[in-house]
Design a protein around this ligand. Structure first.
Ligand code: ADP
Ligand code: ZN
Length: 737
C-alpha cells in the first residue's frame, strides 16, 4: 500500500549522508511537504548534529527500516537544483566498483562538509559604518569579533562567523541593533569562454584529428585516445573539440595531473577562449571551493580544468570530458575511496552518454589494449608541430664511461654527459638533469659500525636533506637533525651519505661549472602552485643554465632554450619490479626526454644506465615505442596481468603486529578457491611498517570475465577481522608497497 494514502503516516524518504557508513538513511518529510525531488539537498539531524545529505530514494514504501515513532524529520530543504540522476548513478557506480560506501563517494562529490553554509544565500550582512546601537543592546566579546569581521561588502552570517572564529548566533542581534545591515550578495561570477575567440591554424594532421574529435560531440558516448608525440599540439586539438561542445551549449570538464594545472596551460586556454578557465585543485581555499562547487551545480561554469577530484563535481549537461596525460600515476587516488580517475571518467562519460578524450604521448597499456580490442578509437599526431624535431636519444653505458671522482668529490655524472653540459653552456642553451629523488642522499650510514639511519615509524631509510640539515622519512614526514656522531657507536665524523639525490647532483654541478646558474625543482614545490609557476618562469626566461629536477619537470612544459636532457639514473624506476615498473619508467623517461628541443633548436637526450640491454632502456634509446608496448603487452597477456586479467589488493594493517599478522593469515586461509581465480600472499608488504602500522598484503588475480568485487565481498564476509585491524581494498592496484 502506498504511504501517500495513509494520512497519519509520515512520508518517508532515503537520505544519503556524506559519511562512510553504508547506504541511505530513512527520514520523514517535514510537516506540510507532500513531495520531494530525488537528488534534493537536505539538512537532517544525525546523531547529535545536523548534516547535509541528498535525497537518494523517494519511494520507500514497504522498505522502512526505522519505526515510525523513531523516524526523524528532515529539518531543511535547500532551494538548490537537485543532484541530477546521472551524478547519482555515477556515485552509486563508483561505490560499487571500488567497494566503498556510497556515502564516502558522496563526500567526495560534496567536496567539503560545509559546502552549504552560506552559499546560495542571496542576502548577506555588511557593516553600518558609524552606526550607534539601539537602546538595550548588549555588546559581548563574540559580537565584537563578528562586527570587526564585517565590512562594506556583504557576506553570509556563516562566512562572518568563520572569519571571526565564533558562532554565527550574534549576527542577528547585531543586525537588529542596527550595527549590521542586510544587502544583496552577488554570487561569484565565472566568465563565459568564447569559442570563437582565438585558436591557431591547425596543420593537416592536427586538422584531421580535430575534425575527428569534433565529430564525436553531441553524438553519444565514445572514447578516443589522442595519441601524439610531445609537442605535437594535442592540447590545441582537444581545445577545438571543447570549443565545439561549448558552441552546442554543453559543459566541458578537463582533467589534468595536479601539477599540470600551471600557468602555462591556463595561458593556452586564455589564448583560445579569451578568459581563464574555472580551476579545481587541492590548493584552493574553502571559500573558492564552495563558490566553484555551487557554480558547477547551477550550471554557471562552462569549462572547468581540475585535478582528479574534479570528476566528482556536480556537472549537469556535460558535453565532453578530456583526460590529459591519461597515463599519469597521479590519477590514482590511494587513500579513502581508492579509485582511478581516468577509468572512472570513462564511466562518467558513459553514464552521461558523452564523448571522452584520453590524451597522451605515452598512453597506458590499459588504454592501448582497449584501442586494440576496438573498444576505444584513436586519433594520432605523428609529428612535432612546426620546425621542432624530436630529440636524439643516446645511451651512456656507465660500465664503459663511469663517473670520475676527484679528491674531494664523489661523482655521479659521466664524463660524456659533463662534456655535453659544457658545450650546451658554451652555446648559451639550457640543460636539464633529471633524477627522481629529492634531497641529498637516499641513505646515511656509519662507516665505523655500519649503522643505517632508519625511520622509527616506517621500514624505510631516512633521506638526507643537506640544505635543511635534516634526515627525513619520505613516507611519513618524520625527521631529525643530522647528528654529529653515530647514535650507536658514538664515533664522530663517521657518517657517510650513500647515493645521489637532486641536491647532491646540484653540488657536483657547482663544483664542475661554478659559473653556471643552477636551479633545483622538486615535488616539494607542488604544495604551492605559485612557487612552481615562479620556477617555471625562471626556466623559461633563461634565469638558470642548469636545472636539476624530479618528475615534476616531466610534464607538458615548454622551455625554448632547453636543448640537453641528462637522465642521471635511467635504471632507478626499474628496481621496484612491480607490474608497471617498466611501463612507468618508459613513460616518465619519454616525457622528460620530450622537454628537449621543443622550439627550433634540436634537442639531445643522454641516458646514464648500468643496464643498457634492459628492454625498457633499449626501447627508449632507439625510440621504438611500438616495440616496447608490443613486448610489454605480450608478457602481460601471457601472465593474465592487467589489462588482460583483473587484480585487487588487500592491505591488512594494524598497530599490533601479531593481531595484524593473524588477521592476514586468516584471510589467506579462507581465500577463494575457484576456476580463474588466484590469491597470492599474505606476505609482509615491502613497506612492512608504515606510520607505525604493520602491513601485510594479499593479491587477488582473476580472469577478465570474473566480477572481482563479488569474489571479494564473499571472501571478506567469511572472515572475522578484529576491530583494531584495517583491511583496505584496492581494485586495480597501482601501488604495490
Ligand atoms: P602537446 O600537448 O602534444 O605536447 P601542445 O599542444 O602543447 O603539444 O603544442 C606544442 C606547442 O606548439 C605549443 O606551444 C603550441 O601552442 C604550439 N602549437 C601546436 N600546434 C600549433 C599550431 N597549429 N599553430 C601554432 N602553434 C601550435
Ligand atoms: Zn616514516
Amino acid at each position: 500500500m502506498s504511504v501517500k494514502n495513509q494520512p497519519n503516516k509520515k512520508r518517508r524518504v532515503g537520505v544519503l549522508l556524506p559519511v562512510p557508513l553504508g547506504g541511505a538513511y530513512d527520514y520523514a518529510l517535514p510537516e506540510g511537504v507532500s513531495d520531494i525531488a530525488a537528488g534534493s539537498f537536505v539538512r537532517v539531524p544525525f546523531g547529535r548534529r545536523q548534516m547535509t545529505g541528498v535525497v537518494w530514494k523517494t519511494d520507500l514504501s514497504g522498505e522502512g527500516r526505522v519505526d515510525d515513532e523513531k523516524l526523524k524529520e528532515i529539518s531543511e530543504i535547500y532551494p538548490f537544483s537537485p543532484l541530477d540522476a546521472e551524478n547519482r548513478r555515477f556515485i552509486d557506480w563508483v561505490a560499487s566498483y571500488t567497494m566503498s560506501a556510497a556515502g564516502a563517494v558522496l563526500k567526495m562529490a560534496m567536496s567539503i562538509d560545509d559546502v552549504f553554509s552560506g552559499v546560495g544565500e542571496t542576502e548577506g550582512f555588511a557593516k553600518n559604518e558609524g552606526a550607534v546601537p539601539v537602546a538595550g543592546f548588549r555588546m559581548t566579546p563574540a559580537r565584537e569579533k563578528l562586527l570587526a569581521a564585517a565590512s562594506a561588502v556583504p557576506e553570509s552570517a556563516a562566512a562572518l562567523a568563520r572569519k571571526a572564529g565564533v558562532s554565527a548566533s550574534g549576527v542577528q542581534a547585531l543586525f537588529k541593533a542596527g550595527l549590521l545591515r542586510k544587502e544583496k550578495m552577488m554570487p561569484e561570477t565565472f566568465e563565459t569562454p568564447n569559442p570563437a575567440f582565438g585558436g591557431v591554424v591547425l596543420n593537416e594532421e592536427q586538422q584531421k584529428a580535430s575534425d575527428f574529435l569534433k565529430s564525436k560531440i553531441n553524438a553519444g558516448f565514445s572514447v578516443t585516445l589522442l595519441d601524439g608525440v610531445t609537442g605535437s599540439g594535442k592540447t590545441e586539438v582537444y581545445l577545438e573539440a571543447a570549443a565545439k561542445a561549448l558552441e552546442c551549449g554543453r559543459r566541458v570538464l578537463v582533467l589534468l595531473p595536479e601539477i599540470g594545472l600551471t600557468g602555462q596551460w591556463v595561458e593556452r586556454f586564455r589564448r583560445r577562449f579569451g578568459i581563464s578557465p574555472a580551476l579545481w585543485h587541492s590548493d584552493m581555499g574553502a571559500k573558492k571551493r564552495r563558490e566553484t562547487w555551487k557554480a558547477v551545480l547551477d550550471g554557471r561554469i562552462r569549462v572547468l580544468a581540475g585535478a582528479r577530484s574534479a570528476l566528482f563535481l556536480p556537472f549537469s549537461d556535460l558535453g565532453l570530458i578530456v583526460v590529459d596525460e591519461e597515463h599519469d600515476a597521479s590519477y590514482k587516488q590511494e587513500d579513502g575511496v581508492i579509485y582511478h580517475a581516468r577509468d572512472m571518467a570513462v564511466v562518467r562519460a558513459k553514464i552521461s552518454d558523452v564523448p571522452i578524450v584520453l590524451s597522451s604521448a605515452t598512453p597506458s597499456l590499459e588504454t592501448v589494449a582497449n584501442v586494440n580490442a576496438g573498444r576505444y578509437e584513436k586519433a594520432v599526431l605523428h609529428n612535432r608541430f612546426g620546425a621542432a624535431k624530436l630529440p636524439d636519444v643516446r645511451l651512456i653505458d656507465m660500465r664503459r664511461d663511469p663517473p670520475e671522482d676527484t679528491a674531494s668529490l664523489k661523482s655521479f655524472l659521466s664524463p660524456v654527459l659533463l662534456e655535453h653540459i659544457k658545450n650546451t653552456l658554451f652555446r648559451g642553451e639550457q640543460s636539464l638533469l633529471f633524477l627522481n629523488r629529492r634531497g641529498y642522499a637516499p641513505l646515511v650510514l656509519c662507516r665505523k659500525c655500519g649503522y643505517r639511519f632508519q625511520c622509527t615509524h616506517c621500514s624505510a631509510w631516512l633521506v638526507e636533506h643537506r640544505e635543511a640539515g635534516r634526515l627525513e622519512c619520505h613516507h611519513c614526514g618524520y625527521s631529525v637533525p643530522v647528528p654529529e656522531a653515530c647514535p650507536v657507536c658514538g664515533e664522530t665524523d663517521s657518517l657517510a651519505s650513500c647515493g645521489p639525490g637532486v641536491e647532491r647532483i646540484s653540488e657536483e654541478i657547482q663544483v664542475r661549472f661554478p659559473q653556471a646558474r643552477r636551479l633545483i625543482v622538486t615535488g616539494d614545490m607542488t604544495s604551492s602552485p605559485d612557487r612552481l609557476n615562479e620556477a617555471m618562469r625562471r626556466i623559461r626566461d633563461h634565469e638558470a643554465d642548469i636545472i636539476i629536477g624530479t618528475q615534476i619537470l616531466a610534464k607538458g612544459h615548454h622551455f625554448p632554450d632547453l636543448t640537453l636532457v641528462g637522465i642521471v639514473d635511467a635504471d632507478l624506476g626499474l628496481a621496484g619490479g612491480d607490474l608497471r615498473a617498466g611501463e612507468r619508467t618508459y613513460q616518465m623517461l619519454s616525457q622528460v626526454a620530450g622537454r628537449a628541443g621543443r622550439a627550433d633548436k634540436k634537442g639531445l637526450v643522454l641516458m646514464q644506465s648500468y643496464e643498457p640491454d634492459n628492454a625498457v632502456i633499449s626501447a627508449l634509446a632507439c625510440g621504438d615505442a611500438q616495440a616496447f608496448i608490443q613486448a610489454e603487452t605480450e608478457s602481460r597477456e601471457a601472465f593474465h596481468m592487467p589489462p588482460f586479467g583483473r587484480m585487487a589488493a588487500l592491505i591488512v594493517s594494524g598497530e599490533d603486529r601479531s593481531t595484524t599478522e593473524q588477521a592476514a593469515y586468516s584471510l589467506g586461509k579462507s581465500a577463494p578457491y575457484m576456476q580463474g581465480v588466484r590469491v597470492l600472499g599474505p606476505a609482509p608488504a615491502p613497506l612492512a611498517l608504515l606510520r607505525g602500522k604493520y602491513r601485510y598484503r594479499l593479491l587477488l588475480q582473476t580472469e577478465r570475465n570474473v566480477r572481482i568485487q563479488n569474489v571479494l565481498s564473499e571472501w571478506l564476509e567469511s572472515v572475522k577481522i578484529p576491530s583494531s585491524v584495517r583491511v583496505k581494498v584496492d581494485i586495480d592496484p597501482y601501488s604495490f608497497f
